[in-house]
Design a protein around this ligand. Structure first.
Ligand SMILES: Cc1cc2nc3c(=O)[nH]c(=O)nc-3n(C[C@H](O)[C@H](O)[C@H](O)COP(=O)(O)OP(=O)(O)OC[C@H]3O[C@@H](n4cnc5c(N)ncnc54)[C@H](O)[C@@H]3O)c2cc1C
Length: 349
């Protein structure tokens, strides 16, 4: 086979964009395609939170510091109000153990320093992290990968592939057929019902978000707020997310979702209940049940076909961490963290 590119990355969301960038930066020949346009899936859903202390107990996210360093964005930090005295106790413990990531503040100190955020049980002033527009970040990685020589095919879909010992023959929606050395499927929900990947241990979770108009006399600048949901200051509006829906009949935004988001956000900023909703969107994120870790690596039956998915609600951190490492994983698959390896639903590989 003569190769057009060594690696074809399919899906221009955070996963595919980070993989393409990781490969292009190391001088490898790579093409990135997306059938709907870059950042048109979950990675186009609006402002996103980057938090190293996201869990219920405020424990550090897996490899949080390494992921933040890989991301390399300016970090404002954020606020994590406790929702109960029990959670406050966990947060205090967590900040004691990770003082580089967060500082505990009691309710009085928090109210004085951050009057826009209701925190009757105190809060963690998370010292690292930020908010960033998911689509802007994805597109900046794609742009950078092109500047390193990646070939981009926007509105080009992967229709089918056939792999053998030598590589992969792909059919694209443009009608072209390419010979490539390897394919990385970063197609998000597209993996769930594809015959070759439908048995992977993946689970879709619907998420909704709303955007509300900031009143003219509202605080100029709020730090990102992270509770059961998040509230992110976008200048003239606040972005509020996100629902976690394991089952749904309606794939788009719903009234119930809007009510739930307002309810979640009002715990942190009661005034949000009075603000005008100016946008309401939804998306699907993919998680790995059991581990809640990303999934990356070759399919057991097709060594030239890789998947990169399962970024869940930590898409920004996990793509920055793992996508950029994909060249190393190509060289030596034993470098893929055990908890991130490709596994089927029933038998874990
Ligand atoms: C409401 C909501 C809020 C979120 N908030 C945050 C947050 O605050 N912080 C955070 O870190 N993460 C957040 N996430 C999660 C994050 O958005 C996801 O983890 C991440 O975007 C997933 O990226 P992906 O590349 O795996 O998938 P996607 O972004 O869905 O990309 C998949 C791409 O594949 C393309 N595709 C599919 N099939 C084909 C094909 N056959 N050929 C070519 N292209 C194809 C699609 O068009 C799509 O562009 C949120 C998600 C949602 C839904």
């Amino acid at each position: 086979m003569s190769f057009f590119v060594e690696t074809l990355v399919v899906g221009g969301g955070l996963a595919g964009a980070s993989a393409a960038l990781g490969l292009a930066r190391t001088g490898q020949s790579v093409a990135l395609i997306d059938e709907n346009g870059f950042a048109s899936g979950a990675s186009g859903s609006g402002a996103g939170l980057v938090s190293p202390m996201m869990s219920r107990k405020g424990r550090p996210v897996w490899k949080a510091r390494e992921a933040l360093d890989a991301l390399g964005l300016p970090e404002t930090g954020l606020l994590r109000p406790a929702s109960s005295p029990e959670q406050a106790a966990y947060f205090e413990q967590s900040t004691d153990q990770s003082p580089d990531l967060g500082v505990w503040m009691n309710a009085e100190a928090a109210a004085k320093a951050f009057p826009y955020c209701r925190a009757p049980f105190g809060l963690v002033r998370v010292l690292r992290g930020c908010s960033v527009d998911l689509a802007d970040l994805t597109k900046s990685w794609i742009h950078e990968s092109a500047s390193h020589g990646a070939f981009l095919g926007e509105h080009v879909g992967l229709v089918s592939w056939r792999s053998d010992d030598a590589g992969v023959r792909v059919l694209l929606s443009s009608g072209e057929e390419w010979n490539v050395g390897r394919v990385v499927l970063a197609t998000g929900p597209g993996l769930i019902d594809h015959p070759e990947t439908q048995d992977l241990n993946l689970h879709p979770i619907k998420g909704q978000r709303i955007r509300v108009k900031k009143p003219a006399d509202w605080y100029d600048h709020m730090l990102p707020l992270s509770g059961s949901g998040f509230v992110l200051d976008e200048g003239k509006s606040l972005s509020i997310g996100a629902t976690f829906e394991h089952e749904w009949t309606e794939s788009g935004p719903t009234d119930e979702g809007r009510r739930e988001l307002i309810e979640l956000a009002s715990h942190m900023v009661p005034e949000i209940a009075e603000m005008e909703v100016i946008e309401h969107t939804s998306g699907i994120r993919i998680t790995v049940p059991g581990t809640r870790m990303p999934m990356i690596g070759p399919l057991p039956t097709h060594p030239h076909i890789w998947v990169f998915t399962g970024l869940g609600s930590k898409g920004i951190l996990m793509s920055a961490l793992l996508g950029m490492k994909i060249p190393q994983f190509f060289n030596d698959i034993s470098l893929i963290p055990a908890s991130c390896r490709v596994a089927n639903r029933k038998s874990k590989a």
